[in-house]
Design a protein around this ligand. Structure first.
Ligand code: PMP
Length: 378
């Protein structure tokens, strides 16, 4: 098997599984229970929270909530802030190429609650420029949400510049969905008021993620119940998952630099091997693009046919993103970047992890060339 779909999900690391298994076996009490067994779990939960904040370098300023993943974190960030601060203003800015877990809550707030939501246009790389953000800012904006790295193209936003513009408006918060960014690009986490991520994108487990937020922020919760996680996320905290998340984060951040150099070489080799094929490279190849994600449009072939052909050989890639793969629609991310409709319908996404090898890239290339030739000859 050759797995080039790590933007959809990654293989959990053994250390992460070990942490999950031992906590599941040994610390199964409810971490909110007030007996000694529960208190022991509660202490472990707080140590995972502290480690998570320490790893991001924000323990003095930020707090962390463990929840089910980036989708839930993004929902809490958008709805929780909107409902809590609507007396300040009712305008929210998001980029037009956000993941649906940001776009859909924003659209829901507009449709059901009368918020004014602006989907900011992006440049041909898929970035929100500081000038674009500045042009849409005003005193009614309470939240700006712009992703760190795009899941379909790997495009990197300049979060420092964008957050600086946002912070000229003291009543506005800056949120970033960092699901595809953690451990892959360098980020100054302290410039973000809130950020979200998921364990399974960083070789952790599915079903866990976190929302990190400045301590002065107050949310209206999305889930109401027993009042766990500071009242913002009711439901018994999944201690083994929380511990597994901080372990995955530790490993991911520790190896980020070495991994980047390796993954860059994978992308370079892949691109060299594709030089003579009729493809369009949609991802930025300079410093505006993360080498972990490469979007390619096939100019003469259907992406779904190639993806299926590769899949039959045990080589796994996605068409645009895994979340929208079943829809035979052009990618809204690529359309927003000005890519033509045919190319936006026929994109494949190759996404790497540090576990991939140059040998796998070469095998991919030989299957890819052969498949194109075979389909061409039909
Ligand atoms: N944001 C981005 C950028 C993503 O790539 C994903 C996963 N495809 C999510 C949010 C949602 O993550 P999850 O499915 O783990 O909730």
């Amino acid at each position: 098997m050759i797995y080039f779909d790590s933007a959809a999900s990654t293989c959990p690391k053994k250390e992460v599984l070990d942490v999950f298994l031992s906590a599941s076996q040994d610390e199964y009490a409810n971490p909110s229970s007030s007996h000694a067994f529960g208190r022991s779990g509660g202490r472990l939960l707080e140590s995972a929270r502290k480690q998570t904040l320490d790893l991001f370098g924000v323990s003095a300023t930020h707090q962390a909530i463990f929840l089910s993943g980036a989708t839930e974190a993004n929902n809490l960030a958008l709805k929780g802030i909107a409902f809590s601060y609507q007396n300040r203003g009712k305008k929210i800015l998001v980029s037009a190429v956000e993941h649906p877990s940001v776009l859909e809550p924003a659209r829901y707030l507009a449709k059901a609650f009368g918020f004014e939501v602006v989907e900011l246009p992006v440049d041909s790389y898929g970035r929100v420029s500081p000038e674009t953000l500045q042009a849409h800012m005003d005193k009614d904006v309470i939240l700006v949400s712009i992703m760190g790295v795009n899941n379909e193209t790997g495009t990197i936003n300049d979060l420092k510049a964008l957050s600086q513009i946002t912070h000229r408006y003291p009543k506005c918060f800056f949120h970033s969905d960092l699901t595809q960014a953690i451990g892959k690009v360098e980020i100054d986490f302290s410039c973000l008021d809130l950020f979200s991520f998921s364990g399974h994108k960083i070789h952790g487990l599915k079903g866990v993620g976190a929302l990190i937020y400045k301590k002065n922020i107050r949310f209206v919760p999305v889930l109401h119940g027993g009042g766990q996680e500071f009242g913002y996320r009711s439901s018994t905290v999944a201690l083994p998952l929380a511990l597994s998340l901080s372990k995955a984060l530790e490993l991911s951040l520790a190896s980020a630099k070495n991994n980047l150099a390796h993954v860059k070489s994978l992308r370079e080799t892949l691109l060299q091997g594709l030089e003579n094929e009729e493809i369009r490279v949609n991802s930025p190849l300079d410093e505006a693009g993360s080498p972990y994600v490469l979007s390619l449009s096939l100019l003469r072939h259907k992406a779904s046919v190639i993806m299926e052909g590769l899949s039959e050989e045990g080589i796994y890639v996605s068409t645009s993103s895994a979340c929208s793969a079943s829809l035979e629609k052009p990618s809204y991310v690529l359309l927003s970047m000005g890519v033509d409709e045919d190319s936006a319908k026929n994109a494949i996404r190759v996404s790497f992890s540090e576990d991939n090898t140059l040998g796998e890239v070469r095998l991919f290339l030989s299957s890819f060339h052969r498949l194109l030739k075979e389909i061409h000859a039909r």
